[in-house]
Design a protein around this ligand. Structure first.
Ligand SMILES: [Zn+2]
Length: 610
């Protein structure tokens, strides 16, 4: 960890200068103030300016405001006397570009900042520079107020076990509140309480509160959640320059730093960047599930893929393959995920709404998409454990398409999504997917990312089965595709035809592990546990079999066959044929228990090749 002095030297090397000019107040009686003016020069994107200042004893409130002369776009954050080093316990909060005034005190603080007793010592303002085309003088005015410390703020209790029974639980792993300054600026961000109310309305069971680099949204989640929704403490690690990651299931008060660089390259200010491995290790130490957010989202993309190629410890638990409306960058993320899976990464996929405000014109909405997780109970521990085991699928709406994938292999092995079936290359695996609420859509089974069958669904509930060899190992997963939706007047709100996809079941050559207990996805009740708009069942209430009443995502019952289907099916089958030839994998049988639309596909090429 760097000392403050090294930081200052680093800041100097980065062409920033901190001018320390205290102006002492005349007295230090209660309510007296002392003003300190600090300046630094923002030179270019990617800089962190560090402006230390001394806090004497008996200060009970610190106010900070930032002004600029120039075009630089910056944020502002604060570290207390415990230091400004990476992952410092002294982190007190940070804003993006939208806000420039804050305070902290023992019993309260600005949104996004952490209250706590003001201790004397060297505190540090951090200014991240998001843009600077000309050198910009940044002036930070610090006002210290003297007086007795009020009683310190205390965290509320987080939600406990909400429902103690196994089931498929629906939720969102990427929720912003007004504690994120960009969400705050939307004027329509949902607070944790409003998120819980929204969950009740939509039939969602759990939500992770993932604000940008801050943790104040987590301070009172038990009260905000009520008794029937699981709100999980979280953070969106927002490395403004190299990618974001949602962190789900930390404890209240836990915080994760964002100052990493790909391959640990130096930060523009000269200090070495932290490695992404360190962030991931610390998040896991906190018991959290980590997903690279919108991994191919242009300037928001995850730039630590090369780190992960070099070191498995640099891979997140999951990729948020589906962010908000499924768009071309999500399709690209899906391809990237398949490509990493083929290379042997064991990284899952999940969804996240990334909703910053309910009033938006980019097609973002609560519940779009919904991540459906099979967990032993509705609690933070169980949801995180299930996510880390890959036991989930993602669907466009809370009452959207359901895809329950399971497999049965040699020796009585039974697995659901996230599981692995072991055996010899010539052993076979019976794979089944139970499809619900997908009438008129196409369901694709993919092996190693390549479609091997396309089934047009003609029933409310339908099973598709296929028998596959273990072969050289690999994985099977499922997608449901409907029709794209494009608004010519607003292209950014459009979406592709993705309706749902599952995590994979892996095949591996080798003996069945002694501890491989069969995993059976329980019969899903169909639809959200709590149908949209229904009264809350309350804690401990049995999950009813009620299917939601919405028709989300489904095509019209008549004339709904997408015109793209035949061409897409042919293209998929052609690709599958090529894949079979390439991978040596043979599909023994593809079947469906409904309708005339089965697409059996046999290909003897390269049967059970190495
Ligand atoms: Zn976000």
């Amino acid at each position: 960890m760097l000392s403050r002095r090294q930081f200052l030297l680093g800041a100097g090397a980065g062409m920033a200068t901190a001018v320390y000019s205290p102006r002492l107040a005349h007295s230090r009686g209660a309510g007296a103030t002392q003003t300190i003016v600090l300046t630094a020069t923002a030179m270019h994107l990617g800089q962190y300016l560090y402006l230390p200042f001394e806090v004497p004893g008996e200060v009970n409130r610190i106010d900070i405001s930032v002004t600029k002369q120039g075009d630089a776009i910056t944020g502002v954050g604060l570290f207390d006397q415990r230091g400004a080093g990476y992952q410092s316990a002294g982190f007190r909060g940070i804003y993006g570009e939208e806000r420039s005034q804050l305070f902290v005190a023992a019993d309260s603080a600005s949104q996004a900042f952490i209250p706590g007793v003001i201790q004397p010592g060297t505190w540090t303002v951090i200014i991240p520079v998001f843009r600077a085309t000309v050198p910009t003088v940044v002036t930070v005015t610090v006002v210290l107020t003297f007086g007795a410390q009020p009683a310190a703020f205390e965290y509320g209790a987080p939600p406990d076990v909400v429902l103690d029974e196994p089931g498929w639980y629906r939720g969102d792993l990427h929720c912003h509140t007004p504690e994120s300054s960009d969400a705050w600026s939307s004027d329509s961000a949902l607070t944790p309480t409003a998120w819980a109310d929204t969950a009740r309305r939509l039939g969602l069971d759990f939500l992770a509160m993932t604000d940008h680099n801050v943790i104040s949204q987590n301070f009172d989640l038990g009260r905000a959640a009520g008794s029937d929704v699981l709100l999980m403490a979280g953070e969106e690690m927002t490395n403004w320059f190299h990618g974001h990651a949602t962190v789900t299931g930390i404890d209240v008060g836990d915080w994760l730093d964002w100052r990493q660089t790909p391959i640990g390259l130096p930060l523009p200010s000269g200090e070495p960047g932290a490695r992404i491995q360190r962030f991931l290790a610390e998040a896991r130490e906190m018991g959290a599930f980590v997903a690279a957010a919108h991994p191919l989202g242009l300037h928001l993309s995850w730039q630590f893929l090369a780190d992960g190629d070099l070191d498995p410890l640099a891979r997140p638990d999951s990729f948020e393959v589906w962010t908000g409306p499924f768009q071309p960058d999500d399709e690209a993320a899906l391809l990237m995920w398949d490509e990493r899976l083929r290379r042997g990464w064991r990284v899952w996929a999940n969804g996240g709404t990334d909703l910053h405000g309910v009033e938006n014109t980019n097609g973002f909405a609560a519940g779009t998409p919904t991540t459906v997780v099979y967990a032993d109970q509705l609690s933070k521990t169980a949801i995180v454990r299930a996510l880390k085991a890959g036991r989930c699928f993602v669907t466009r709406l809370p009452d959207g398409v359901e895809l329950y994938l399971r497999a049965e292999g040699p020796g009585g092995q039974r697995q659901i999504v996230g599981g692995t079936i072991f055996g010899a290359p010539t052993d076979t695996v019976d794979v089944e997917v139970l499809v619900r609420r997908a009438s008129g859509m196409r369901v694709l089974l993919l092996v190693d990312g390549v479609p091997i069958s396309v089934t047009v669904i003609d029933a409310e509930e339908q099973r598709i089965t296929v028998t596959l060899p273990i072969g050289v190992g690999g994985y099977v997963r499922v997608e449901a595709r409907g029709v794209p939706e494009v608004d010519p007047t607003n292209p950014i709100a459009g979406r592709t035809d993705m309706e749902a996809f599952t995590n994979p079941i892996f095949f591996a050559v080798g003996p069945i592990p002694d501890d491989a207990a069969p995993v059976d996805g329980p019969p899903a009740s169909g639809g959200p546990r709590r149908p949209a708009g229904a009264p809350s069942p309350g804690p401990g209430a049995a999950a009813g079999p009620g299917a939601g009443s919405g028709s989300g995502g489904r095509l019209p019952a008549t004339g709904g066959a997408p015109t793209l289907a035949p061409a897409a099916a042919l293209a998929a089958l052609a690709a599958a044929t090529a894949a079979v030839a390439r991978t040596g994998r043979c599909v023994h049988h593809v079947g469906s228990d409904h309708g005339p639309h089965d697409h059996d596909h046999h290909d003897g090429a390269g049967h059970h090749g190495p």
